[in-house]
Design a protein around this ligand. Structure first.
Ligand code: NDP
Length: 293
């Protein structure tokens, strides 16, 4: 029998992921702001649950896509009397491995499975159903999660036991943060020297310094001055926090990632909770006294 899926967290990336899930599975949604769940259900022929517990009672697989592992823990706990043996919690949040291991242990007590399955590819990748998903968890639960993840991903990698999906995502996003800072600083200098951003990017994108930041984010968001808000800087700062913890726990050097964490902490204080992650480049431009265009 096909899985019945429950989806919790219809935010910027949760919504388009849930849309693909609802296209393939009987889906029930819950969102903290109820109006958003109603709107989603209407547009995607889904059902709306009254509470996390009400949702958990009705489905086989629960997907969470919330800001941090703290909220995942809270909703799992709010539904604590509803979990039943054989269910799976598939956490698409970019969460932290330490909380996820605790949660997995707790759910295992009720014979409920857990996989951490964060996503990469941004809102546009989610809309296209072409996300990359890195999964941490036991083989049996990965096998159970895979057909559901296939609804919204084009690349699925089982990276290891519970927590390793979240750790891999945190390291990936730390690389993103480092690239944003380095590209912003380097391009600011080149523009100041009279090299147009388009020419600098033409060279970098045919050379060894290229990255998603130089190929997509800077040309589409900075040079155009469009600055769309798709992934909050506060969430990238949270990912750096997790990455720093992962590196510290593994007892490896973390000077570069630690510095990126500090610069994103300062940017979060200066720019607030709602700005996009790429907007940190505005601070570099301000200090440099130029615009990258
Ligand atoms: P948003 O901030 O857009 O959405 C957050 C969602 O969580 C909303 O549905 C919100 O509900 C809900 N929520 C917030 N606090 C609580 C709470 N205390 N209890 C219950 N629900 C709560 O985040 P995104 O969708 O952008 O990100 C979700 C996750 O995906 C994050 O971990 C992020 O790092 C990750 N991610 C995001 C990407 C992106 O491009 N946006 C890319 C890859 C990963 P409400 O509607 O009431 O506010």
């Amino acid at each position: 029998m096909p899985e019945r899926v429950g989806f919790i967290g219809l935010g910027a990336i949760g919504w388009p992921i849930a849309k693909h899930v609802a296209g393939r599975f009987e889906t029930t949604v819950w969102n903290r702001t109820a109006a958003r769940a109603q709107e989603f259900a209407k547009a995607n022929k889904a059902k709306v649950a009254r509470s996390p517990g009400d949702l958990v009672k009705q489905v086989d697989v629960v997907i969470t896509c919330l800001p941090t592992s703290r909220e995942v823990w809270e909703v799992a706990d709010a539904a604590k009397d509803a979990w039943h043996a054989g269910q799976l919690l598939l956490d698409a949040t970019s969460g932290d491995p330490f909380t996820s291991r605790e949660l997995a242990k707790r759910l295992a007590g009720s014979q409920v499975g857990f996989v951490d399955a964060p996503v990469s590819g941004g809102v546009s990748g989610a809309e296209a159903g072409k996300l990359t998903v890195m999964v941490g968890g036991e083989d049996q639960w990965f096998a159970r999660a895979k057909p559901v993840i296939e609804a919204y991903a084009s690349k699925i990698v089982h990276v290891g036991p519970v927590g390793t999906g979240h750790a891999t995502k945190a390291v990936n996003n730390a690389l993103l943060a480092v690239n944003i800072l380095a590209a912003g600083e380097g391009l600011a200098a080149l523009v100041k020297m009279g090299v147009p951003a388009s020419k600098a990017l033409e060279v970098i994108n045919a050379s060894s310094g290229r990255s998603n930041v130089s190929e997509n984010l800077v040309p589409q968001r900075v040079v155009t001055r469009a600055w769309p808000r798709t992934f909050r800087l506060a969430l990238l700062h949270k990912d750096l926090d997790i990455a720093a913890d992962v590196l510290r726990d593994a007892e490896v050097p973390h000077e570069t990632i630690g510095l990126a964490w500090r610069l994103f902490s300062e940017a979060r204080k200066a720019l607030g909770e709602e700005v996009d992650h790429v907007e940190i480049i505005k601070l570099i431009e301000k200090q440099a006294g130029i615009e990258i265009k």
